[in-house]
Design a binder for this molecule. Structure first.
Ligand code: TXA
Ligand code: MG
Length: 336
């Protein structure tokens, strides 16, 4: 079993920083989801992440950096980014620290394994106090950035609590993985990713920041993603998948399907905003009406419904509207 420790103890943060400096893995809470962290500058430590996740080694990881000193985000990014275009600097200024990852041209000599062979690097400064404390403590030990994908096995649902991380990596021993327990993640879905390495901003992965917010902050329209865009495993069609089959349905067909259920009812869970009549045996959870609340709960609910052993999870299609983009995207991938 991995070791899980309460992150409110400064000695625990220091111990985690020392583990990072020694090339070991740390489960790190961030405001979005928990990350599986290693020193971005240590190739063998980063390889351990790919191995533990079962993730192909050409799928790049996000490098997390400590907060800027005196608000100088360009200087904060400089150890990894070869160049920061003006529109990217504006995005840093507007949204860092926070749930936004920027893909930037990478310094050739750094974080090559973390970048999965791309000539770019994904950078993010998280706002979560535990992540920040860990990044600052690790820097004092010579760790300038922490590579961390979501702390789940490849293709599965991202973790939003320390217990989820422990579940994903039960087979890692306590000396191989220390998980910092920082409570439930407040955002709940992964960061918005904007590619800033091709002259104009391109949205690679929707999150809780809306396209309108991003365009307003950088003063440029977002370009559509095209075939040449770098790979992002969070953008694979099937991802964030529980074991049960997820199906998205509008409220009327969902009610109609529930009405004709016979003895199959016990294999089905429902996650919906609309009030529905369900047969006995159907596990029913209510989706919040507010997009931010729905995002915060989403992955924990999918895990919980999956754990009941149902074969199908029927989810009411989220509303239209940009504030639901992130939740809709994750549900579509879970259903693919
Ligand atoms: O909120 C988040 O972003 C969380 C927390 C832990 O920070 N991390 C996360 O990491 O979601 P991961 O690895 O599960 O997803 C990161 C995505 C992947 O789809 C990856 O391919 C993409 O970022 N990415 C990272 N570096 C990239 C690069 N240089 N070029 C293109 N995509 C990149
Ligand atoms: Mg992930």
């Amino acid at each position: 079993m991995p070791l899980v420790l309460n992150a409110s103890d400064p000695a625990v943060i220091e111990a985690a920083a020392q583990r990072l400096a020694a090339g070991s893995l740390v489960g790190m809470p961030t405001e979005t989801v928990y990350g599986l962290a290693a020193d971005a500058g240590n190739a063998s430590a980063v390889r351990r992440i790919f191995e533990a996740k079962g993730r192909p080694s050409d799928h790049p990881l996000i490098v997390h950096i400590p907060p800027a000193e005196a608000g100088d985000w360009i200087a904060a990014a400089a150890p990894f980014a070869r160049e920061v275009p003006a529109f990217a600097a504006a995005l840093m200024q507007a949204f860092w620290p926070g749930p936004l990852t920027l893909i930037l041209p990478r310094r050739a000599e750094v974080a090559a394994v973390a970048a999965g062979g791309q000539d770019s690097v994904g950078l993010r400064c998280p706002s979560h106090p535990v992540a920040q404390a860990l990044l600052v403590a690790a820097r004092a030990h010579g760790v300038h950035g922490v590579a961390a994908p979501s702390a789940n096995r490849f293709g599965r649902v991202s973790p939003t609590t320390a217990a989820h991380v422990a579940e994903e990596f039960v087979d890692l021993m306590d000396d191989a993985l220390l998980i910092l327990d920082g409570g439930a993640c407040p955002v709940g879905i992964e960061s918005t990713i904007v590619d800033c390495s091709r002259g104009a901003p391109v949205l690679l992965r929707p999150g809780m920041l809306t396209p309108a917010q991003i365009e307003a902050a950088c003063g440029q329209p977002l370009r559509e993603r095209d075939e040449a865009a770098p790979r992002a495993s969070g953008t694979l069609e099937s991802h964030y998948a529980p074991r049960a089959k997820v199906r998205l349905m509008a409220p009327q067909p969902l009610q109609a399907a529930l009405d004709v259920l016979g003895p199959d009812a016990k294999h089905i869970a429902v996650y919906a905003r609309s009030p529905l009549k369900t047969a006995r045996g159907v596990v029913l959870r209510r989706m919040p009406d507010d997009a931010a609340q729905a995002a915060q709960a989403l992955f924990a609910v999918l895990r919980e419904l999956d754990a009941t052993g149902v074969k199908l999870i029927w989810v009411e299609t989220p509303p239209e509207g940009a504030d639901w983009d992130g939740v809709r995207d994750r549900l579509q991938r879970a259903a693919a």
